[in-house]
Design a protein around this ligand. Sequence first.
Ligand code: AMP
Ligand code: ZN
Length: 136
Amino acid sequence: MKKDDCIFCKLANGEIPTNTIYEDDDFRVFLDAAPATKGHCLIVPKEHFDNLEQLDDAVGAKVFPLARKMMKLLKEKLHWDGFNVVQNNGELAGQTVFHFHTHLIPRYEGDGQNFNMKSTSPAEGELAGVLNEIVS
Ligand code: AMP
Ligand code: ZN
C-alpha cells in the first residue's frame, strides 16, 4: 500500500525522479540528496511502512541481501574502505522521513564522518537487572 502524502512512496514508485542505482519489484535504491559520503544511498521499499516495527517480514527479509548486493556494487565502482548500514526509527533516533528506509554509507579514509556509538560502563548488577526486565 502507498500513502498519499508520503514523499518516499512517490520517490520509490518513480512518481518523482531520483538518482536510482537499482530497482526491482519491491525496492528502489537511490542516492541520498544530502549524502554523508560519496555514494550514500537509501534502500526504500515501494510499499509504505512507517518504520521497522511496521515492516512486513517478507519485504524485510529482502533488505539485507539487497544491502549486500549494493555493497558489492559500490565497492567495485567507488572502492570504499569501510561501510555503515544505518536504519533510524522514530524522531528521537534520528528518523526524519517516516517511510522505512535503510542507509548504505560507504566510508573512506579521512571522510570526517563518525557513526560510532558512545559506550558506557554499567554498574555492578545493572546488566543482570536489564536482562531480568527483558526476559522475565
Ligand atoms: P532519516 O533521517 O533516517 O529519516 O533519513 C532520511 C534521509 O532521506 C536523509 O538522509 C535525507 O537526506 C534523505 N532525503 C530526504 N529527501 C530526499 C529526497 N527527495 N531524495 C533523496 N534523499 C532524500
Ligand atoms: Zn511512504
